[in-house]
Design a protein around this ligand. Sequence first.
Ligand code: UDP
Length: 253
Amino acid sequence: MNFRMGRRRRIFEGKAKVLFEGPEPGTLVQYFKDDATAFNNKKRGTITGKGVLNNRISEYLMTRLNEIGVPTHFMRRLNMREQLIRQVEIIPIEVVMRNIVAGSLAKRMGIPEGTILPRSIVEFYYKKDDLGNPMVSDEHITCFGWASPQEIDEIMALSLRINDYLSGLFLGIGLKLVDFKLEFGRLWDNDDMRIVLADEISPDNCRLWDVKTNEKMDKDRFRCDLGRVEEAYQEVARRLGIMPEAAQKPESE
Ligand code: UDP
């Protein structure tokens, strides 16, 4: 176990990450585990090296987003599995952006996976594992006080911008950004509040298909037992040009 893990106070443990108290007030350390879950926790497993890769991939994508003016909780990567983040008040909504039909949308609507959407779709889910993250509308979000109408507008605008930017970024490395999930938080600065992108962006919460072959390069390989899960995450990192030394592509490929 990492030295820091034993020393720092554990604030929260999720399915794929652990949050520890940070070195300064208002900061946290986000530790990336190799654990993987799917289908609302019914399927569990480990993807060796996933935490290391997701730490790098999320660092890279959050840094690029920061550079175009999208505020994020990311501060800097600390080591192989940890990054320093700003402590935010997480808004209990999962925002899903879709460009191509896949996953639950294909199932719910009976539309074949791979159908290209005439325009991007934004969906909201209430972040509540015990309830299986039910889909909600902005009416539920404002009625139950999870976010204000202004906050929803801000979240929508940021999500569309992130989608446009990341779609282009991934297309540049031969990957289609099919869909992905985002989480946002409130960052307080005295009396001022800003909405910032939180959580992570990685193949755990994006669907990425190879442009030429449509091969799945994301957590669907784990969900659907397609095999070569680690290799897919490594390939995404490799194409982004951020392959960590310790996780080189196997010679045999
Ligand atoms: N997603 C996620 N966490 C969730 C649910 C979905 O990260 O709890 C991501 C998922 O990886 C995919 C997108 O959101 O990229 C859309 O997922 P979908 O609604 O199709 O659900 P799934 O098929 O994953 O159950």
